[in-house]
Design a protein around this ligand. Structure first.
Ligand code: RB5
Length: 150
């Protein structure tokens, strides 16, 4: 599975740590930046290219990290085809994929520590969409909302 990862300064350190862990676990990791720690950088500059790559299928899943995870999540969800959520617990890390086909997981680098983040990421990546009729029906309604955007 090809994984994309992106972070601003608030998530930079966690991005570095998670990238190492993912590569060690055998994942192919594409890093959308930031490629160096710049304290004044802006999360949309890194999250938008990641989100577009996920939407185009260039990477299978994405990890978007900022200080709280909130800004990264807001930015990622502006891209059609992205289903991003800020995750802090194990249940949501897999249920968000199984029921809602979450394709980008957002983390707060100043909120969730490395060890828990790594476990959440592995749970997210191991989960698969269940594709049951009710889940597909709900996602079709979400896609209809995307088409309504002005
Ligand atoms: C950066 O200072 C911080 O605002 C940003 O990383 C993020 O938490 C925004 O949601």
């Amino acid at each position: 599975m090809r994984i994309g990862i992106a972070a601003d300064h608030g998530g930079f350190e966690l991005k570095v740590q998670l990238s190492i862990a993912l590569k060690a676990a055998g994942y192919e990791v594409t890093d959308f930046g930031a490629h160096e720690l710049v304290t004044g950088d802006d999360y949309p500059d890194f999250v938008a290219p990641l989100a577009k790559a996920v939407a185009r299928g260039e990477v299978t899943r994405g990890l978007a990290i900022c200080g709280s995870g909130v800004g990264a999540c807001v930015a990622a969800n502006k891209v059609s085809g992205v289903r991003a959520a800020l995750i802090t617990d194990s249940f949501s890390a897999h249920q968000g994929v199984e029921d809602d086909d979450m394709n980008i997981m957002c983390l707060g680098g100043r909120v969730t520590g490395y060890a828990l983040s790594r476990d959440l990421v592995m749970t997210f990546l191991s989960a698969r969409f269940k594709a049951e009729e009710r889940f597909k029906r709900r996602l079709a309604k979400v896609e209809a909302l995307e088409r309504e955007r002005t």
